[in-house]
Design a protein around this ligand. Structure first.
Ligand code: NAP
Length: 309
């Protein structure tokens, strides 16, 4: 156990966590932000962010997150790398367990975000990194002049299909319904791209391949039950995300999907513990809403600390 007592510990370094850190460190609260891997969260895997205000023409995800970090450094935000595995409540003091170390804090803001969902089909794990990927931005360039497919019909699948079409010889969008859920602007771009071909009302049931990677998938038509083989070298999965809150399941109220339940001011079921960004149950998951949440959580955490003083 370290002797330092922080005012605020923030768990997670995406847009919500960095915004919370900016606000609390600017308010001169002693703050530590703990990040498991690299700062920036899911935005780091986005090539171009087009809907974050203030950047006409768009901005690369990693560049935007670099600016968030630099802004936090301006106010002296302290950061550390480590995996948080638990949180203990001792009333006015909380203990955040980071790699078996206890970090003491008066308030905690959880901004752990979400991670891509898996298809949960046979051989998916075996081929992950060898043809199966959950991040087109990260892996798309490895698939030059070969056919690939992306599963899903949301904004992520649409954006990633457009990105993959810069490299691949053909991009199939495999979707279980007969229309995309993605925004109209993205749909227009998809349908205007000759390399992209939707395969409607279908799901992937099997992955085929060998030592060199994926060679084909089996598709099942969800209406007829018919199966067909589709030759491809890369299978990208973009079927939504799951919240990263498993380690809190015993101590905080979560919804059935595992999102942290909060009030409109980001308070969780544990006094002094707040949640912001994609890990929180809410209607819209965007960078702009994560930033809004981070600011609210920071200000409400500050008020909570004032009430204890
Ligand atoms: P999403 O909107 O939840 O879409 C997931 C897609 O995957 C849906 O089309 C869904 O089908 C399909 N799906 C889910 N489970 C499946 C399964 N087991 N098998 C096959 N298909 C399955 O997820 P997302 O695209 O990752 O987006 C997440 C959030 O981030 C959204 O709020 C989105 O607007 C936001 N986002 C925004 C931007 C942007 O604004 N530029 C970019 C990326 C993401 P159904 O349609 O049948 O349900």
């Amino acid at each position: 156990m370290t002797d330092t007592l922080y005012d605020v510990v923030i768990i997670g370094g995406g847009p919500a966590g960095l915004t919370a850190g900016l606000y609390t460190s600017r308010a001169k609260l002693k703050t530590l932000l703990v990040e498991r891997m690299i700062m920036g969260g899911q935005v780091m895997t986005t090539t171009k962010v087009e809907n974050y205000p203030g950047f006409p023409g768009g901005i690369d995800g990693p560049e935007l997150m670099m600016r968030f970090q630099e802004h936090c450094q301006e106010f002296g935000l302290e950061t550390m790398t480590g995996e948080v595995t638990g949180l203990r409540d001792h009333g006015a003091e909380k203990n955040v367990i980071v790699d078996n170390q206890n970090i003491r804090s008066r308030a905690v803001i959880i901004t752990t975000g979400a991670e891509p969902k898996k298809l949960n089909i046979p051989r998916e794990a075996e081929f992950t990194g060898r043809g199966v990927s959950y991040c087109a931005t990260c892996d798309g360039a490895f698939f030059r002049d070969v056919p690939v497919a992306i599963v899903g019909g949301g904004d992520t699948a649409a954006e990633e299909a457009l990105f993959l079409a810069k490299f691949a010889s053909k991009v199939y969008i495999i979707h279980r319904r007969n229309e995309l859920r993605a925004t109209k602007l993205l749909q227009e771009r998809i349908f205007a791209n000759e390399l992209i071909e939707p395969i409607w009302e279908s799901v992937v049931t099997e992955i085929h391949g060998g030592s060199s990677g994926v060679t084909a998938v089996t598709l099942e038509n969800v209406l007829t039950g018919d199966n067909r083989l589709l030759d491809l070298a890369g299978l990208f999965v973009a079927i939504g995300v799951s919240p990263k809150a498993h380690f809190l399941a015993d101590i905080l109220q979560l919804d059935p999907e595992g999102y942290i339940l909060t009030d409109s001011e980001c308070r969780t079921s544990m006094p002094g513990v707040f949640a912001a960004g994609d890990v929180r149950k809410k209607i819209l998951k965007q960078i702009a809403t994560a930033v809004g949440d981070g600011a609210v959580a920071a200000i409400v955490a500050e008020k909570h600390l004032d009430d204890f003083d």
